[in-house]
Every structure is written in C-alpha cells, then in structure tokens.
Design a protein around this ligand. Structure first.
Ligand SMILES: [Ca+2]
Length: 497
C-alpha cells in the first residue's frame, strides 16, 4: 500500500471515530435536555443577611475609609442595586417585611416591639422559610435572620428544617470573646459599647465567625439535600461592636475621619416631628467623652470582619458542588447614622438609615458587574426569590416587585419610587433623584440627591418643588394599618429559677 493511500484510510477512520464521539455526545446532551428531573432542577438559595450595615462599603462608596474587598468582589460577580432601601429602619419591622413580603403599613408591624405572631396579618402569612419548605426545599439557617425576639420567642424556627445554634437561639454564644476589662468596656451599656477583644481571640471565637463556619461546613460538606435554602445571618456591625484586635489594627485611630455627611446645623431646617422617632442621646455622650473616632473605628473594624466572613462563605460556595446552581442574595437590614443629623442610631427616614446593601448573583440571569440605580426595596427580595426559583408566590400576599425584571433588562419599565415606613403614617419616599419625607402631622422634607447627597438642604418649603412633592406624595400607600400588638419581654429569670 502506498503511503498516501494509508494516510487517507487512517484519516477516514479518524473522521469516523470523531463523528461517532460527536454523535454519542449530542445524544447524551439531548437525553439530558429531555430528562424532566434535569429540567426541573430548582436553584438553591444562599441568603446572607448583615445587621445594621449602612453604605460604608466599597461597592456603595458611602465612606472611603471602609474596606470591604470581598463584598465588592461579590457585587462584581452579579448585580448591585445602588438605590436599595429598607421597608423600615429597625431590625424587627424590616426583617418582618422581608420574611413576609408585606409592607409595615399593611401589617401594622412598625417598630421593634411589634409582635410577629400576635399580628394576625403576619402570623397568617407564608413566611419565607415556610414558602421554600412548601416548595420542596431543604430549609436551614444560622445567626440573625429574623429580629432576635421574633425568632427566639415567637416563630421559634418556624419553616426551618435545621437551625444553628437552635430553633430558639439565633445567635451563637458570645462566650468565646475575652476582654481586658469588665463589660461594657466604655462603662455605659452593652447596647452602646465597642472595643477589641484580648489578643489571642480570633474570628472563630466570635458569634459571627461561628455562623460563617457553620455555613462553610454545610456548603463544603456536600451533603445538603437539594434544592436548599441556606440562610446565614451576620450580627455585626450591630452594637456592641466587638471584634478581634487585628480588625481594629487595620484602622489606626489617628487616621479615622469623622463622617463627611455630618453638619453641626443640619437639623435647623427639619420639622420637629423627626424627634418623635426613637432617638437616643448616645452621640452627645460620645462627643462629650471624646469617643467619636474610637466608635467609628469599631464600626469599620466590625464591618471589615463581616467582609472577611462573607468572603469565607462565598468562597465555600464557589468551591462546592452547588456553585453553578445557587442564587446568592446579600442584604443589610437598614442603614446607620454615625453622627449624621445628630444621631448614633438607625430609626430615621433619612438616607443614612434607609439605604442598604443589596447584591444578587443568579446563575444564567445576572450579568457580571451590572448595577442598577432604580429605586428598590428589601420588600422585593421575597417576590424576586419566588421568580428566580420558579416557585409560585403565595396568592395576594407579596407587595414588593420582582427584581429579576431589572436583572434581565436594566432599562425595563420600573416603579418611580420606593417607600420606607417608621411608625404609623411616617413615610420616606425615594425616587432616583429625590427623597421626600412626610410625618404623621403632615410636616415634610424634600432633598435633591443630584445636588445634595447628604440631605443638608430641606427644599419642602420651596414653591419651585411643589410639583415634585405632589408626585412623591402619590407614592405613599393608601392604607395605614394601626399599630399592631406589642410583645412583652418577660422579666429575666434569676439564675437557678
Ligand atoms: Ca438591624
């Protein structure tokens, strides 16, 4: 046989082999596509909550001092909402709205003391964990997902198959944290305390480290029943701001700057009604005792620790077998004022307290490095999760919007504004450009974010803005449910009782 003929035959055989391989592959792909189990495979959900984290993150650019590389990286993986706001600027009503998809003005759950289970509208709703359970999901969680009192004393793990540490204790123990002196470190109160732990205490000793380690282990363990909903609730930078020393070392005290948004005369043009909202005098005390910079340092330190933990959880997902079929949603429950408008608190209808972090990574839906400045709300999480997982939402319950519309087309038609409520008939309305506030007594504020990102100049009395105000007022809900029943915190039992 001539060499060239041999070569031709070899080539023919090779071509036949390749064609056969391609045929087998395409048949395999076709059978996969026709397999109903494969087609119906619902995506898992990784639901990450952060407590009291305002826009002092790299991705939201609220303060150049903050360092959050892991959250910034997560945001770059998917879609970042830069104009996202809470339904209410307090843990209880904000998280109740997220978990039920019902507005505070519909449920009457306005403040931290509002009960969840003694509120018939909320108690009869399908809470988010129950929703996933009913749709065949394995539902597990750890840390602070609901308001602490609601979870530990009222819903008690309702809807969860598994909870760490338990269905009546959302936060892991603080016992691993050791300090140089007795708590509270600043001698005031645990609710307004901050400072580093003793050397040797690591992030693994912190309750948030334990929550992140639980989530990491679950994801890397590979034994989760799919589809799953896994919630990880990080408690920092909620007060008390305790963290290992290494996080404080990242923010030397001599470099700390006071908030850019602080202005001494900022409240001069604000109606008196704002003072009726829960207010605390901590800022005065902080300033009087020269603690402002140490307190900011602690908030930045705790935020950096949170960021490391978010990085750990996301990396665990990326290294797990669930990476390609898991939706990630990361959110903070409301903002926080570190002195702006004379407050060291949440509990207001200003931007500092209502703006939140909200990031989505939905495989096959979100595009990397996409952002949206449309007005959106934490109330939108429930309907968006329902839409992305293909689970039918409970009929007539959800009042938020489906954000997947914006994930698919950032230019899609969208609502003009989003609403935050704090207390009966107090509303903050945020459009892409303006913030309008109206209190129960009818007094108002209006800010133009195109010119005034710190909300220093109240334009409500300026007749040039009458038409804008009228438009914003139309966004306020028509129904204002009276205050729901408050829960009674039982007196602490003495040891041994
Ligand atoms: Ca909170």
């Amino acid at each position: 046989m001539l060499g060239s003929e041999k070569g031709t035959i070899e080539m023919k055989i090779l071509t036949t082999i390749i064609a056969s391989i391609l045929l087998i592959q395409s048949a395999a792909n076709a059978s996969e596509a026709n397999d109903p189990g494969q087609q119906d495979k619902k995506p898992n959900v990784l639901f990450i909550a952060i407590d009291d984290l305002n826009d002092w993150t790299g991705m939201l650019k609220g303060n150049p001092q903050s360092r959050t590389p892991h959250m910034d990286r997560l945001a770059a993986k998917g879609m970042l909402f830069t104009n996202a706001h809470c339904a209410a600027p307090a843990c209880g009503p904000s998280r109740s709205a997220i978990m039920s998809g019902i507005r505070p003005s519909t449920s009457g759950n306005y403040i931290n003391k509002s009960s969840l289970i003694h509120n018939p509208i909320l108690n009869n709703s399908v809470l988010l964990p129950e929703f996933f359970g009913r749709n065949g999901y394995y539902v597990c969680g750890a840390g602070k997902l609901f308001h602490g009192y609601h979870f530990n004393n009222e819903v008690k793990g309702r809807g969860f198959d598994e909870y760490y540490p338990s269905k009546t204790q959302d936060l892991p123990s603080f016992e691993g944290l050791k300090f140089a002196s007795k708590l509270p470190l600043n001698g005031w109160a645990r609710q307004a305390d901050w400072g580093p732990c003793l050397p040797g205490v690591t992030v693994d000793d912190h309750p948030d480290g334990k929550t992140a380690n639980w989530a990491t282990k679950k994801l890397l363990g590979g034994n989760l029943k799919e589809p799953f909903f896994l919630g990880a609730g990080i408690f920092m930078p909620h007060l008390p701001n305790y963290a290992p020393q290494e996080y404080f070392d990242r923010f030397p005290l001599e470099d700390i700057k006071l908030p850019e948004g602080f202005r001494e005369d900022d409240l001069d043009d604000v109606p008196a009604a704002h003072a009726k909202m829960a207010h605390n005098p901590w800022l005065n005390r902080i300033r009087a005792t020269n603690q402002w910079k140490p307190a900011i340092q602690a908030y930045l330190a705790c935020t950096a620790m949170v960021d490391d933990l978010i990085g750990q959880i996301v990396e665990a997902l990326e290294n797990s077998k669930y990476a390609g079929n898991t939706i990630i949603v990361l959110w903070s429950d409301h903002g926080f004022q570190l002195g702006e408008k004379e407050r060291w608190a949440k509990y207001s209808l200003w931007e500092r307290a209502t703006r939140v972090n909200m990031v989505w990574v939905a495989p096959g839906v979100t595009k990397p490095r996409s952002t949206s400045a449309r007005p959106v709300n934490l109330l939108d999480i429930y309907p968006t999760l329902a839409s992305l997982t293909g689970c039918t939402p409970p009929e007539g319950q959800l009042e938020g919007n489906d954000l997947s519309v914006l994930m698919k087309d950032p230019d899609a038609a969208w609502v003009k504004a989003t609403v935050t409520t704090f207390g009966y008939k107090n509303y903050g309305v945020r459009s892409e450009r303006y913030r309008y506030i109206v209190y129960e007594d009818g007094t108002e504020e209006l800010y133009d974010h195109a010119k005034d990102k710190w909300e220093w100049l109240n334009l409500a009395d300026n007749p040039e803005y009458a038409a804008i105000k009228k438009k914003m007022l139309k966004e306020i809900p028509a129904h204002h449910e009276p205050y729901g029943v408050a829960y009674k915190v039982p007196k602490r039992k003495r040891k041994g009782q």
